[in-house]
Design a protein around this ligand. Sequence first.
Ligand code: BG6
Length: 482
Amino acid sequence: MSFPKNFLWGGATAANQVEGAWKKDGKGISISDVCTGGSRTQNKRITSELEEEIFYPSHDAINHYYKYKEDIALFAEMGFKVYRFSIAWTRIFPTGEESEPNELGLRFYDAIIHECLKYNIEPLVTISHFEMPFALTKKYNGWADRRLVELYIRYAKVLFDRYKGKVTYWLTFNEINCATMAQGNLQGTGILNEGTEDFMNQIDDPQLRFQALHHQFIASAEAVKIGHSIDKNNMIGCMLANFTSYPLTPNPDDVLVNQRAMRMSNHFCGDIQVRGAYPSFSKRYFKENNITIHKEIGDDQILLEGTVDYYSFSYYTSFCQTTDPKELANGNVFGGAPNPYLKANDWGWQINPSGLRFALNEIYDRYTIPLMVVENGLGAKDVVEADGSIHDEYRIDYLKQHIEAMKEAIKDGVDLIGYTPWGCIDLVSLSTGEMAKRYGFIYVERHDDGTGDFSRKRKKSFYWYKKVIETNGNDLSITKVK
Ligand code: BG6
């Protein structure tokens, strides 16, 4: 038992992290276009107005808007069966409220999809990936306002109609569960509360945030229904950031605190999108946090009718939960406590391949629908040698161990249909706004001071991944790689 014959091997990116061309061909300003560059020690800033002389990494990103042909040809050279990318809402509806879509924006994605199909690469489209019109933030405070549901549906419907018969795999929202945390305010729901400037420490109003999430659940469910009515072959999935965590100790209090964390960070959104109803544990959470979800008549029915066809998620790291405040103080940016058995990358993300097997088993046991790992990878600094080669064995090692973990999960009985490692080409980091944190099989000559000619180079992992795909995951050895 290994990877199934039609397993979808590929890679993943997101519009705001690769495209650049932030104002080209009628594109509107998005929430990511107002986020400055940053680093692990210097948090990104959110500027409510664009500031002169400030570096905004999404404005040029890696210039994919102009280099998509070269990039997709490189993906094809690796043998990709699938390419996950997102469509920028602001290219299609620049302020979110136009009555007609922007034809030039659509043409760009026509071209991307055409390139993919030319190489028999299945396009996998994320409809909304941390990129929505900033005009909707300014006017409505993002998804806090129910009117966003209708605007999103109008946008999604344009895509389903236009790409009928060309795109089968869709995801409604990227990492929807990030909005269960304060950091998810702007990136997830487009909420920008007064006084917010620090991307990592946003002013938070949980009532507003969970109400916004409710609107997204409704929008997602409506999109699933519409997508199916336009083309019954459409496979429409949810996408969650996986926050696997363990109790730090066998102390029953740690076990309970971990269960609570797993419920709200993972199961809450998953249950609503897969099972079609709010889980019972959410009632107590809402009560204790003074949250009241305002539902309209018919909302429960919409959720029930709009359940997803498959469950996708990102997996990078895992966490520990504890009641011990000393341990919590050492946690990384996403909270939790460090695991004493694991090593971390340069950004403090602990590496835990067996956590991926654990997550796959947990999710499949809970929902028994097809799963896809749509993000996974190692953010690392790469060095270009004098001869132009890049020896990223550390990345190969990370990916190899995670692929082995997926193999084990398949043997455990999980129906895993695809794997799209994150940042298959170097791109701008979401959490820090850096280029230095690289994930790609393809190196991009672009740096955090804005220098670089955007040229592309194949890393050692490029050749390795090509062989992995060629052998359908049977040969993971690195010895024969250039
Ligand atoms: C996921 C996002 O959270 O993680 C991506 O969907 C993001 O957009 C990726 O880039 C990796 O995170 P980072 O902060 O290293 O870019």
